[in-house]
Design a protein around this ligand. Structure first.
Ligand SMILES: Nc1ncnc2c1ncn2[C@@H]1O[C@H](COP(=O)(O)OP(=O)(O)O)[C@@H](O)[C@H]1O
Ligand SMILES: [Mg+2]
Length: 252
């Protein structure tokens, strides 16, 4: 479904990604773990063509997208729903308008036409029920940060992406909200049958929901495998991540 082959990304003299080989199957939940500055965000941005590779190939659903034009990238980018660390909602639009935005823009629906799908998506992210009516007319600034994250997730899934890309979805959230968002990522991916790539430095989250964990260090994949395989890994960086995850479990 998604394939990186020998992917290299440089900024000036500096090589950030040094040859990434990675295949991700449809429906898989893959966590890409690494300390900050290792090139995780660069990898996601290169996948959706916001940055271009210096060498190697990227294929999405069998299509080689490495050298396609910006114009040809647009429909591909639309198949990849990107969820950023910060909710990035439009502050001047209501919750409903935010969720309906993509449907109105790309499918040329009116707000009324988009409303049922928007409601469905808000329900999927746990914002349905009796509060929906009062919620949908609120502005992002009038709801909690955790709710804003849910709304941003609803907005992303509304347009029906085949791949969900999360960049540090739980960074800066409290432990309870972290757990909720993490479960939501899993539930949504399963329900919508989407592939999910989650960039994170949270090993706890990865151990809980990942089908596969890929550990990136200084631009290279240094370990990868199922949760069971990662738990058995003796790679020093993986061990560090695991120790930190365990330590937090004890102090939680
Ligand atoms: N647009 C850019 N121009 C120059 N350097 C960049 C750019 N984007 C990222 N970098 C550098 O690439 C490295 C990896 O960045 P990034 O992928 O954001 O790390 P992280 O793993 O924390 O997401 C960092 O050293 C960063 O400074
Ligand atoms: Mg990043």
């Amino acid at each position: 479904m998604i394939e990186f082959e020998g992917l290299v990304k440089k900024f000036g003299e500096r090589t950030v990604l040094k040859g990434i080989d990675l295949k991700i199957s449809a429906g898989e939940i893959v966590f890409i773990l690494g300390t900050s500055g290792t090139g995780k965000s660069v990898l996601l941005k290169t996948l959706v063509g916001l940055l271009r590779a210096d060498a190697g190939r990227i294929r999405i659903g069998g299509i080689d997208v490495t050298d396609i034009s910006e114009e040809d990238y647009l429909p591909i980018r639309r198949r990849c729903g990107m969820v950023f660390q910060h909710p990035a909602l439009f502050d001047s639009l209501t919750v409903l308008e935010n969720v309906a935005y993509g449907l109105m823009k790309h499918e040329r629906l009116s707000l009324d036409q988009a409303r049922p799908r928007a409601h469905e998506c808000l329900e999927m992210v746990g914002l349905g029920g009796q509060d929906l009516e009062s919620l949908e007319t609120k502005l992002p600034t009038q709801i909690s940060y955790g709710m804003q994250k849910r709304v941003s997730l609803a907005r992303t899934v509304a347009v029906g992406p085949e791949v969900l890309l999360f960049d540090e979805p739980t960074t800066g959230l409290d432990p309870v909200t972290t757990k909720q968002i993490n479960r939501l990522i899993q539930e949504l991916s399963r329900k919508l049958k989407t592939t999910a790539i989650v960039v994170s430095h949270d090993m706890d989250c990865a151990l809980e929901i990942a089908d596969r964990i890929v550990v990136l260090d200084q631009g290279l994949i240094v370990a990868q495998g199922s949760v069971a395989e990662i738990l058995r890994s003796t790679h020093p960086l993986v061990v560090d991540f695991l120790v930190e995850a365990k330590a937090r479990e004890v102090t939680a």
